[in-house]
Design a protein around this ligand. Structure first.
Ligand code: SAM
Length: 469
């Protein structure tokens, strides 16, 4: 069996689920680069295919098995042509289902959990030796981050940076504590040096990632710990970095330092994803959330006081076991009151091994569907209204990718809206000031007013109240 060409090999990674998987995929590619692997856009010509999976809901997990079914044929086509394809399943489905994957899909060569991808070179060598499928779903005592190379330039103008991983909250619906392990914060110095590295390779915006990112408590070299607010303050000092975001936050862990960061740090964008899950105290308690609807409302008020234009997004689960019409109405009331600019909403999906899955009062599927439709109607109307309110405003947009149409670029507003504008490709990576001329369900259209350099951008941000971001 041969690889693509002597020395170079092709790697295809398909990521499912959250932004952390996108970050993980980039780091896997960095780990495999010294072995001669280069990224490929297609699985067909790949020597190594990794499905980087998500286990959060049943649908996400099942997609992996359908994809494996398709890849099985590609693998045998390559074998018939005298070429190899190592097929690997990584991420949270691999962690949760381990041997079950090898039983259902014995042609899979490697199965590895999210805490082991620094060991990919060894696993690939083992797969080459063909001594059966390689399975590694350990939670090693030393952090994978200690074994990873510096990130390559692939993060782009807007890059992800994992600062915290794992979860100790044990919400009764959620698999994360079982698949990602317990909470771990990377030391401050590691985060800062990776942030500097990403900025030096072109990133102008960093999104700090964690399953409970706002429970970050990173060790500082000379002793002590920093929370997320303090970390953001330091990251904001990096020359050349214009924008900072963070996700995903746990409401009960938002502290005063983080709220003040939203008031004081201009590079911290006025957008926050703050999952509430439900507006009913009874359901929040059954979910083992450590906040009620009242505490969430108070928190939103504090954030809005600190940063009046902050735009909020959230996650919702409908049809959690035992959810009554009254409970659901409480969710609708909370949404009506707070007004979210975007949100993710899901039907409750029982996950094996989580307490809620064994609950006897499961909500019928048709009830879940009609509640989800009603909630999504309300959320969509709020998103549309917010987008429409932006027409005529001047917003700063970091152009980070080409649009679908030729001559079009896309970027993000300070409030996370996708904004498209007709502009030449050499404007990619620039922060431009746009007049918003159209609003759609999920995006905005803009007209160029000015291209600004970073210094000017910061200055105008502090002096101009109409132009935000
Ligand atoms: N830190 C976040 C929080 O505060 O809960 C957790 C983010 S979680 C990885 C992403 C979202 O998936 C959750 O906020 C929740 O809405 C949804 N989710 C998780 N488990 C689910 C389940 N079993 N069924 C449906 N949705 C689920």
């Amino acid at each position: 069996m041969t690889a693509n060409t002597e020395g170079t090999k092709k790697l295809y990674i398909k990521s499912y689920g959250c932004q952390m998987n996108v970050y993980d995929a980039e780091r896997m590619s960095d780990v495999l680069k010294p072995l001669g692997y280069e990224m490929s856009e297609m699985p067909d010509d790949a020597d190594l295919v990794i499905l980087n999976t998500c286990h959060i809901r049943e649908k996400a997990a099942e997609k992996v098995y359908s994809e494996l079914g398709r890849l099985k044929f590609k693998k045998s086509d390559r074998k018939a042509a005298g070429k190899q394809m190592i097929l690997a399943v990584g991420g949270c489905v691999a962690q949760a289902e381990g041997e079950e994957i090898i039983r259902r899909a014995p042609y899979v060569d490697m199965v590895f959990g999210p805490q082991t991808y620094h060991k990919l070179p060894e696993m690939v060598a083992q797969a080459h030796r063909k001594t059966g499928s390689v399975l590694d779903t350990d939670f090693p005592t030393d952090s994978k981050f200690d074994h990873l190379p510096a990130p390559s330039a692939k993060g782009g103008y807007s890059a992800f940076l994992t600062v915290q991983e794992g979860c100790d909250k044990f919400c009764t619906f959620c698999v994360v504590p079982y698949t990602r392990g317990s909470e771990y914060s990377r030391p401050v110095e590691d985060v800062l040096s990776e942030a500097r590295c990403l900025v030096s390779t072109g990133a102008r915006e960093l999104t700090l990632l964690g399953q409970n990112v706002n429970n970050y408590h990173g060790l500082v070299k000379d002793g002590g710990e920093w929370g997320l607010g303090r970390l953001i303050k330091e990251v904001a000092e990096i020359e050349g970095l214009d924008r900072i975001r963070y996700t995903t936050s746990y409401p009960a862990e938002v502290d005063d330092a983080l709220i003040s960061a939203h008031r004081d740090i201009e590079a911290l964008m006025p957008f926050l994803h703050l999952p509430v899950q439900s507006g009913s105290d009874r359901i929040l308690q059954a979910m083992n959330r450590r906040h009620g609807a009242y505490e969430y409302r108070i928190l939103v008020n504090k954030l809005r006081k600190a940063r009046p234009d902050i735009a909020l997004s959230s996650d919702f689960i409908v049809g959690f076991p035992g959810e009554s019409d009254r409970d659901f109405q409480d969710t609708m009331d909370l949404v009506s009151e707070i007004e979210f600019v975007q949100a993710y909403s899901f039907k409750y999906s029982p996950r094996p091994g989580t307490p809620a899955a064994a609950h006897e009062l499961q909500v019928p599927e048709d009830v879940k569907s009609s509640r989800l439709a009603a909630l999504q109607d309300l959320l969509n109307s709020q998103q549309r209204a917010f987008n429409e309110s932006c027409v005529g405003r001047h917003l700063k947009v970091l152009l980070d990718r080409p649009g679908r149409k030729t001559g079009q670029l896309i970027g993000r507003s300070p409030y996370m809206q996708a904004v498209h504008v007709d502009l030449a490709p050499d404007n990619l990576g620039r922060i431009v000031e746009l007049e918003i001329v159209s609003a759609h369900g999920n995006s905005l259209g803009g007209r160029l007013l000015a291209v600004e350099d970073a210094a000017k951008y910061r200055q105008s941000n502090t002096t101009n109240t109409k132009v935000t971001g």
